[in-house]
Unconditional design. Structure first.
Length: 161
């Protein structure tokens, strides 16, 4: 089974960049990219069984916390986008109140996300870098010696219907 190393590196770069910047007002697109990148990394690490060691477990736990907090912010973005599509005559004041409320909730969720990032930043960035290098090493080793390699897990190929 082949893995796209460049795609894995891109996910790692996105997460590291978001954690490094820790923006006060992250865009909805940045939050979406963070969630998809963390999910991709979690899946890759689990698939390659890198979650068996202490650093792998710690990284997965940090990524999960980050993804869950970003999910709260993303929920408010999605709800606000849906609220903007509502077009009820005479209900403009209610719509404005709803959007203000959703904006306040998003700000609150963003503050919590920033707090999680600030607390976990040094360890999370270090673990991302370490596991990224370890992952590249394992994939290159498996690519060079596929028969010899204990690096790759046994993955059964399921035929497509």
């Amino acid at each position: 089974m082949s893995f796209d190393i460049e795609r894995i590196q891109k996910s790692t770069r996105r997460v590291r960049k978001f954690v490094r910047k820790n923006s006060k007002r992250p865009s909805s697109n940045a939050i979406h990219n963070l969630r998809t990148s963390t999910r991709s990394l979690e899946t890759t690490l689990t698939t390659l069984r890198l979650n068996s060691k202490k650093t792998g477990k710690r990284l997965l736990r940090g990524l999960a916390d980050l993804r869950k907090r970003a999910g709260k912010v993303r929920d408010m973005d999605v709800l606000a986008a849906h609220a903007l599509t509502v077009n009820q005559a005479g209900e403009q004041d209610c719509l404005v109140q709803l959007l203000e409320y959703l904006g306040a909730r998003r700000n609150k969720s963003t503050k919590k996300l920033r707090r999680v990032i600030a607390r976990a930043r040094p360890q999370l960035r270090r673990n991302l870098k370490r596991n990224s290098k370890r992952l590249e090493k394992l994939l290159k080793q498996a690519e060079n010696n596929p028969a010899d390699s204990d690096a790759m897990p046994v993955v059964a190929k399921v035929p497509c219907p």
